[in-house]
Design a protein around this ligand. Structure first.
Ligand code: NAP
Length: 737
């Protein structure tokens, strides 16, 4: 960073004044000179100790300044540039805070012929509807974003200095191209201001004495708060960012026209479609994107402190099955008629699937306390999404959707978060290509995937190279769109929820031993689905009750699909006391209440035929092994290395940290039962690992600190409350990142 002895801030309003305060607090910028055309603002700033010196004449100070910050209204930028240009030193660094960037660039080019190499444009995404030096706040930029828009001609030192200046004020700096900045801000800031001003003005005109506002409720207040912003500043912004604002307004007008037509025609489906999509986008924005535009960032890390608990007791119900929740949305969307779902798992992964189908035009109401209503569009009724389908962390969504997308007549891009972007997709791309699909993956066969529409798929006989329910489901779902028969043959049994649910939706699936066959060209008929509780979630409590002495719990309404019961089989082989009560069938899936009483477990060689039936439950089975007498040996589980994390290695690291002896091999692990010590483990952002070590605390000598547990919400909302209610002792620690 360049050494700054003198900083000149021109324009001592909300933004310039706040910057002066923040720089003073950070002891950065050397002597602070404040310039404003209003002497009283300068006097006030001097009195408040925000600046060291002040003047109405910026020109007096330009030659001395190492850093100059232009914080006047965008429309005044050019005048100020013209004033300072004759005195500006070549090595002085200049930046601005204007809300539009294209106009500031043009003003600089008119002033200097071209943008000076040391003039780096920027825009703090922080502010308020107040103005003037009195409104200045020392922490205005703390935990807010600042967009710096470097130009190709800018010097690296100038970019670095401006970046560090904002970081010192507590902001997170993002970089963006100038044109992109103006487009983004036009859509997310300038358009909402325009609409708020317009709505209030329209209502005020209709009701000259403003009587109508007496009756306005919270919705009106929230929607129009920003109409109290500074009119002059906003006039300037709309002049400065005219083109991008008009473009955003054009998109908005199209949207309003669509909604108007729906209201005129009382088109209930169209209205519900728009409102449910908007609601979910807004919820998504609140949950995930609340770190952008003018509101504080919340980057919270969640850790668990798991202390030894007591015996577990009582009846409990764990959330709905994730696999069934995903498929209920998919098949409900593609069915003809309305599907009602109850017990839907409202975790991030199944919500990602839900959002993807909304993005493809399906009207989906809810979820509300596990209830979802899907207005099916039929197998050919999906429409092209406006952008890429973002599937967050959900491998199931991406792999199953890949199969469905191969049969559409539009192109689709499937993307995910950083962790999903590392997971292998070639395993689904290869059979889809064999069916005639055009599938592009990124480097190393990873996401994003692009699937080209309009291909004629033909049925295949696919001998699967690996036991994977996701690959099988992907191929069978593509088979719904293929000509002729599509058959999958699996090397070992995997979950058959897709086959069962297809049958439940009236689509025939011929099953014989390891093979499943569908014939393309059929149709799905809507049905009601009561999602059973997820055996993967129940598994944490099965192990917990087994290892905590004196426990006796009943886990209600658990799905016992034969392809998922490996965890029960394995725990029983280890000596667990597990009994099934009230066995019944719900929507094609076997369901029961599971009673678990504590028992002394013993180490076993896990039968390889059980591995695919318990693949997601191994992290917590490893905890059972750590509490068992003797060695537990797992082989044939290489699949575990490409889950949300390398589950073999990450579990081994954690167990070793807690004093349990284990040896990792390529496709498995040997774990020698022993005494769990207290210690710190890292979940590597893997929800199942986080919950497994929480269970381990029931038998540890002291507290286990588990890092990065935020992802537990993806598969098991309410885990901590349920666990503590049953007798565990978990504390959640939130750390603002
Ligand atoms: P403000 O509170 O009105 O402050 C602007 C200051 O600049 C006023 O004191 C004004 O004086 C002074 N000024 C105007 N023309 C001048 C000139 N030719 N020479 C010297 N001083 C002059 O406005 P602000 O909210 O701080 O906005 C400043 C800049 O920040 C704008 O470019 C705006 O786009 C940008 N910005 C604002 C926000 C926000 O939420 N407010 C957020 C991000 C960026 P007078 O009062 O005498 O006019």
């Amino acid at each position: 960073m360049k050494q700054i002895k003198t900083t000149l801030i021109i324009g001592l309003g909300l933004i310039g004044g706040s910057l002066a305060k923040a720089l003073k607090a950070a002891q950065l910028g050397g002597t602070l000179i404040g310039c404003d055309r209003d002497q009283s603002e300068i006097d006030l700033a001097l009195k408040l100790g925000m600046i060291d010196q002040g003047s109405v004449m910026a020109t007096d100070w330009v030659a001395q300044a190492d850093l100059i910050i232009l914080s006047v209204p965008v429309i005044a930028m050019e005048t100020v540039m013209q004033q300072i240009a004759p005195y500006l030193r070549a090595d002085s660094i200049v930046t601005d805070v204007g809300s539009s960037k294209g106009s500031v660039l043009a003003a600089a080019e008119r002033t200097w012929g071209q943008l000076p190499v040391n003039f780096v444009l920027g825009h703090p995404i922080a502010g308020s509807e107040k103005s003037g030096v009195m409104a200045a706040k020392v922490d205005l930029y703390q935990r807010h974003k600042v967009i710096v828009t470097p130009a190709p001609c800018n010097s690296a030192l100038a970019i670095q200095t401006v970046t560090q200046l904002w970081e010192a004020c507590g902001a997170e700096v993002l970089t963006m191209e100038i044109a992109r900045h103006d487009e983004v801000l036009a859509a997310t800031s300038h358009l909402p201001h325009l609409l708020a001003f317009s709505l209030v003005d329209t209502l005020a005109r209709q009701d000259e004495n403003l009587e109508i506002f007496r009756y306005a409720a919270g919705g009106f207040r929230d929607f129009t708060r920003i109409a109290a912003s500074d009119p002059v500043m906003w006039r300037d912004i709309f002049i400065a960012n005219r083109d991008a604002v008009l473009q955003a307004l054009g998109h908005f007008e199209e949207g309003v026209a669509r909604l108007r037509a729906a209201v005129e025609q009382s088109d209930s489906d169209a209205m519900l479609g728009i409102f449910t999509r908007a609601k979910s986008a807004r919820d998504h924005f609140s949950r995930i994107l609340d770190n952008s535009a003018y509101i504080p960032m919340q980057n919270t890390l969640i850790h668990y402190r798991a202390a030894p608990g007591k015996a577990l007791s009582g009846r409990l119900r764990v959330p709905g099955d994730k696999s069934i929740s995903h498929r209920s949305i998919m098949l409900g969307s593609l069915a003809e008629g309305v599907t009602h779902i109850t017990g839907f798992l409202e975790g991030e992964d199944s919500l990602a699937t839900l959002q993807a189908f909304r993005d493809m035009g399906v009207v989906i109401e809810g979820p509300h306390q596990g209830e979802v209503t899907v207005h099916g569009v039929g197998l050919k009724g999906l429409t092209k999404p406006a952008g890429a389908l973002y599937l967050g962390n959900s491998g199931t969504s991406m792999r199953l959707l890949a199969g469905l997308m191969a049969g559409q007549n539009f192109d689709v891009e499937l993307t995910g978060d950083a962790s999903l972007s590392k997971r292998p997709m070639e395993r689904v791309a290869a059979p889809l290509r064999a069916m005639g699909a055009v599938v592009e993956t990124s480097e190393g066969g990873r996401p994003p995937m692009i699937i080209r529409g309009g291909q004629a798929l033909k049925g295949i006989h696919y001998d699967m190279p690996m036991a994977s329910a996701q690959v099988k489901s992907c191929v069978l779902l593509a088979g719904l769109y293929a000509q002729g028969e599509t058959t999958t043959v699996e090397p070992a049994p995997t979950r058959d929820h897709t086959e069962r649910m297809l049958t439940g939706f009236g689509y025939p699936v011929a099953r014989e031993g390891a093979s499943a066959t569908v014939i393309g060209g059929g149709k799905l008929t809507a049905t009601d689905i009561d999602v059973p509780s997820d055996i993967s979630s129940a598994a944490f409590f099965m192990v917990a009750a087994s290892i905590a002495e004196g426990s006796d719990i009943t886990i209600e309404h658990v799905g016992l699909n034969p392809t998922r019961v490996g965890v029960i089989n394995i725990l029983r082989l280890m000596g667990a006391d597990i009994s099934l009560e009230n066995e019944r069938e719900v929507g094609g899936e076997p369901v029961a209440d599971i009673r678990v009483r504590s028992a002394q477990l013993k180490g076993i060689d896990i039968p390889e035929d059980q591995v695919p039936l318990a693949i997601d439950e191994f992290p917590v089975i490893f905890i059972a092994a750590a509490c068992a007498q003797g060695v537990t040996r797992l082989r044939g589980a290489e699949e575990l290395r490409v889950k949300e994390s390398d589950r073999i290695q990450v579990m081994a690291d954690g167990l070793l940290a807690l004093g349990i002896e284990c040896t990792v091999v390529d496709d498995g692990i040997d774990i020698t039962g022993g005494t769990l010590q207290s210690g710190a483990v890292h979940s590597r952002d893997d929800h199942r690992i986080a919950m497994s070590f929480a269970v381990a605390s029931l038998r540890s000598q002291g507290e286990i600190f588990i890092e990065d547990c935020a992802n537990v919400a993806t598969s098991f909302p309410g885990f901590v409350e349920l666990a503590n209610g049953a007798g565990m002792n978990l504390k959640v620690e939130k750390v603002e990142g």
